[in-house]
Design a protein around this ligand. Structure first.
Ligand code: TRP
Length: 333
C-alpha cells in the first residue's frame, strides 16, 4: 500500500516563488509515489477574516495554481477543505484533548499575537488542532511542509498519540514532515530581508501569475547596495538574497559567473538583476502559461473540485465513522 501524503496551502492570495519551490514542486514530485491529498485550506484562512468575495476568489486561484504547477487531479486528490465538513467534526473531538498551555506555546501563535495583538481569536489558538485534523482525517504519514510548520507537525503527533492513549487504541499514526532534500530551500523576498511572503508586500514577491514585464520591474527594483569594495567580501543580506534566488532559478554556470564578478568587485547589479529576472521568467513560464489557459475554464475547474471533494469525502467519512465508534458516539435508537 502506498503511504498517504497530506498537505495544504492557505488561500490567502496568489502563490509566489516561495510557495512554488517550498511546497508545490515537492507536491508534484510526490504524486506518483504516494497516495496524495492536496487541499486548499480555506477554513484556516478565516482567522484573518477575509471578505466573502476575497475568500472565494483566492480559493479559486489556489486550485488553478495547483493544477498549473502540474498536480494531476486524477492521481492526486485536490480538494477544498470546506467541501469536506468532516474535518470540523474531527477538530471538535481533538480540541477536547488539546491543552491551553501547549497551544499558547506554539511559535506561530506567539508570532501572530505579537504582530496582530488585536486579533487573537480562538481559531488562531487552535489552528494546530485544525491542521492535525486535516492530516489525521486521511491518516497522512508524510507531510511536505516548510520548516516553519515542523512544530505544528509535532503537535499533530502529540494529539494523535494522546487520542490513542485515551481510548486505548492504535488508531492514528504519526505524521512526519517530508522534504526531498535535507536542507530546506530558502526563498527570500526582493525587499532585502526575510523570506518571500505576501505579508512583506507585493513588491517583495514574484507571483507565479506575474507577467514577464512585471517580474522584470520587480527584480530591477529589488533592494541592493552600492556594490562590493573589497575582494571576496561577505555579502550583505539583501545581496545574498538575490544570489539565493539565482541559485534556484539559474544554471550553476550563471551563478558562479556572477559570484566571481562579485568577488572581484566587478559586478554590475543592473546586469546581474537582468539575468536573474530573465531566468525567473523562464523558470515560471510553463506554470504561468497553464494558469492563463485554465483560469477561466469553469467546466474544467468544476470537474476537478467535484472529483476531489468526492474522493476526500469518502476517506473522511470512513475516518469519522471509526472515530465516533472509538469515542462511543452513537445513536441511542
Ligand atoms: N499551516 C500550513 C501553512 O500555513 C497550512 C496547512 C493547513 C497544512 N493544514 C495543513 C499543511 C495540513 C500541511 C498539512 O503553511
Amino acid at each position: 500500500m502506498k503511504e498517504t501524503v497530506v498537505s495544504g496551502i492557505r488561500s490567502t492570495g496568489k502563490l509566489h516563488l516561495g510557495n512554488y519551490y517550498g511546497a508545490l514542486s515537492n507536491f508534484v514530485k510526490m504524486q506518483d509515489e504516494y497516495n496524495c491529498f492536496f487541499f486548499i485550506a480555506d477554513l484556516h484562512s478565516l482567522t484573518t477574516h477575509p471578505t466573502p468575495g476575497d475568500l472565494s476568489r483566492t480559493v479559486r486561484e489556489v486550485v488553478v495554481e495547483y493544477l498549473a504547477a502540474g498536480i494531476n487531479p486524477e492521481t492526486s486528490t485536490i480538494y477544498v477543505q470546506s467541501d469536506v465538513p468532516e474535518v470540523a467534526e474531527l477538530y471538535l473531538y481533538l480540541n477536547m484533548n488539546a491543552y491551553l498551555g501547549e497551544l499558547e506555546r506554539a511559535t506561530a501563535f506567539k508570532d501572530k499575537v505579537r504582530s496582530n495583538p488585536d486579533n487573537v481569536n480562538a481559531g488562531l489558538l487552535t489552528y494546530p488542532v485544525l491542521m492535525a485534523s486535516d492530516i489525521l482525517l486521511h491518516h497522512g504519514t508524510k507531510v511536505p511542509v516548510g520548516k516553519d510548520q515542523e512544530q505544528h507537525l509535532e503537535m499533530t503527533r502529540t494529539f494523535a498519540n494522546r487520542f490513542n492513549r485515551l481510548y486505548n487504541v492504535e488508531y492514528f499514526q504519526e505524521a512526519m514532515a517530508f522534504s526531498y532534500s535535507n536542507k530546506l530551500v530558502k526563498i527570500p523576498g526582493l525587499d532585502g530581508n526575510g523570506k518571500m511572503g505576501k505579508s512583506n508586500g507585493d513588491a517583495s514577491c514574484v507571483y507565479l501569475s506575474d507577467a514577464p514585464e512585471v517580474i522584470r520591474k520587480k527584480v530591477m527594483r529589488a533592494v541592493s547596495d552600492s556594490g562590493p569594495t573589497e575582494m571576496n567580501q561577505p555579502k550583505p543580506e539583501a545581496i545574498q538574497n538575490l544570489f539565493d534566488l539565482m541559485k534556484v532559478v539559474s544554471t550553476a554556470d550563471t551563478l558562479s559567473h556572477f559570484e566571481d564578478l562579485y568577488n572581484n568587485c566587478a559586478i554590475r547589479y543592473g546586469d546581474f538583476k537582468k539575468q536573474l529576472a530573465e531566468d525567473m521568467i523562464l523558470a515560471t513560464e510553463p506554470v504561468r502559461s497553464r494558469i492563463n489557459d485554465i483560469t477561466n475554464d469553469d467546466e474544467y475547474l468544476k470537474k476537478v473540485v467535484r472529483l476531489g471533494a468526492e474522493k476526500a469525502s469518502e476517506s473522511a467519512r470512513k475516518t469519522i465513522q471509526e472515530v465516533r465508534e472509538i469515542i462511543g458516539i452513537k445513536r441511542l435508537f
